[in-house]
Design a protein around this ligand. Structure first.
Ligand code: NAD
Length: 480
């Protein structure tokens, strides 16, 4: 065990083990071996982390610092992340079998998240409203306090950075609890924050399982905001727990995105993005286009090309530069995805390509399914794996109805060269984000979040500002 890496908690400016010394194993899902251990946070560790962040907020310099100084500190962290970008990417790849090039892309986006919010809080810090009555009203966005952030394993660093960056940029202090499946890169981020000279407690990392580490954080009445990304089931539990303290929550939850290919689509482009939306990150993307609807007129041609492209993805070792697709993030997750795939045939569905790996790896090959009843679990529920269920449609009216017939509403994609149709359909889709002729492009100024079981609230730009601050109105008499 001594030759394994160890990921402790980062609390109050130092890396520490759990109070009771408990640890858990960290797996490499590609090699199917334990490669590290991490501190198993319990209620006492969570309480310590919250006490530290509370102190940093109530008494420390961070919330009182000038905006430029705070921005500079966050840019310093981003600089250190750039210096250690290779290590951050290697940790995510080792920890969850994400192909290295994709992990490198995630690290770049994570760095950008910090830089964006560092600058955003300087440039969008208030509004002035001159009033006809001879008064001036202006707004002030003061930090909310201590933020508990809980993140999933599919984009270990990037999902955490979406939460930490706006939280600390707006002057809050933050405790991040990464997923127990992927503690590595976020722990390194916590170490880098110490190295960047962040005051103790501004960014604490608490490792451990959902319960008790995450649940203790959320239930703590010294926490002022809870931001959570994960499954819809856990999100509901998190919201219920935070409600007892009246702590506002932001929930980014599951999805079952519709991807619509109209008969006038540029098929090269549509096939390319259908493959990305279904199989990138082995389909472990909340934004996956896992329900694909193809216009009857182009169905046969599209499907031939889509299946061929899915089969052409290079599967293998996530560290091999040629690899585009690798194993799922854990044995537990492989078993969950396999159970859905096993049910497809029983429910009358046809697997055109894909299915479980036959070499004993925790790998589900890119899987394309047709003929599945619209009531089947694999059609209705989020599988969170590389399984794309395809249906054909005849009319715009029909496909909008099909696309919206879900309890999720995170995102949708549509492919058409008809401008009016693009606008018309985008507007009718019940989803937090609609991509037209593309996928996975994000501008951090825009709202991001979901409808229904996909979440509560929006983050991004001023939407993050509203969540992570206490907006205040100040009214001043100007004329007597
Ligand atoms: P999960 O809900 O199992 O876990 C998410 C996090 O919550 C982990 O850190 C976990 O330890 C913690 N947790 C578990 N139980 C908890 C509790 N009772 N109290 C507090 N914290 C608890 O989800 P997952 O399997 O890690 O991630 C996959 C899910 O995340 C999918 O449903 C996916 O769609 C969703 N997701 C959503 C988005 C989005 O932006 N909407 C992005 C990525 C992933």
């Amino acid at each position: 065990m001594s030759d394994l890496e160890f990921f402790g908690h980062v609390i109050d400016g130092e890396e520490v083990p759990s109070v009771d010394g408990a640890t858990f194993e960290v797996w490499n899902p590609w090699t199917q071996k334990v490669w590290a251990t991490a501190a198993e946070g319990g209620p006492e560790d969570a309480a310590r982390a919250v006490a530290s962040s509370r102190r940093a907020f109530d008494e420390g310099p961070w919330p009182r610092m000038g905006r430029a100084e705070r921005a500079a500190a966050i840019h310093r962290l981003a600089d250190l992340m750039e210096e250690r970008a290779d290590d951050l990417a290697v940790l995510d790849t080792t920890n969850m079998a994400k192909p290295l090039a994709q992990a490198q892309h995630d690290v770049s986006r994570s760095i950008w998240n910090f830089r964006f919010f560092a600058d955003h809080q300087r440039d969008h810090c208030g509004e002035v409203y001159p009033m006809d009555s001879g008064h001036h009203s202006y707004s002030e966005y003061g930090p909310a306090g201590v933020v508990a952030a809980i993140s999933p394993w599919n984009f270990p660093l990037m999902m955490a950075s979406w939460k930490i960056a706006p939280a600390i940029a707006w002057g809050n202090t933050c405790i991040i609890k990464p997923s127990e499946d992927t503690p590595a890169s976020v722990t390194l981020l916590g170490r880098l924050a110490v190295q960047a000279g962040f005051p103790p407690g501004v960014l604490n990392v608490l490792n451990g399982h959902g319960a008790p580490a995450g649940s203790s954080l959320v239930a703590d009445d010294r926490v002022d905001r809870v931001t959570f990304t994960g499954s819809s089931t856990t999100g509901k539990a998190v919201m219920a727990s935070a409600a007892s303290n009246l702590a506002p929550v932001s929930l980014e939850l599951g999805g079952k995105g519709a991807n619509i290919v109209f008969d006038d689509a540029d098929l090269d482009n549509a096939v390319h993005w259908a493959v990305e939306a279904s199989f990138r990150n082995s389909g472990q993307i909340c934004l996956a286009g896992s329900r694909l609807f193809v216009a009857s007129a182009v169905y046969d041609e599209f499907m031939d090309r889509f299946v061929a492209a899915a089969e052409a993805l290079t599967i293998g070792d996530p560290f091999d530069p040629k690899t585009r697709f690798s194993s799922l993030a854990s044995k537990r997750h492989f078993e969950k995805v396999s159970a859905y795939v096993d049910g497809i045939g029983l429910d009358g569905g046809k697997i055109l390509t894909g299915g479980a790996d036959d070499e004993g790896r925790w790998l589900m090959r890119p899987t394309v399914v047709t003929d599945l009843p619209l009531t089947a679990p694999a059609y209705c529920e989020e599988i969170f794996g590389p399984v794309c269920v395809v249906n054909r449609f005849e009319s715009e009216e029909e496909v909008v109805r099909l696309a919206n017939d879900t309890r999720y509403g995170l995102n949708a994609m549509l492919f058409t060269e008809n401008l009016s149709r693009a606008h018309r359909v985008a507007s009718r889709l019940r989803a937090g984000t609609v991509w037209v002729n593309c996928f996975f492009i994000r501008d951090l100024r825009t709202p991001f979040g979901g409808i229904g079981d996909s979440g509560v609230g929006r983050e991004g730009g001023n939407f993050s500002r509203e969540f992570f601050t206490e907006p205040k109105a100040i009214v001043m008499q100007i004329q007597r």
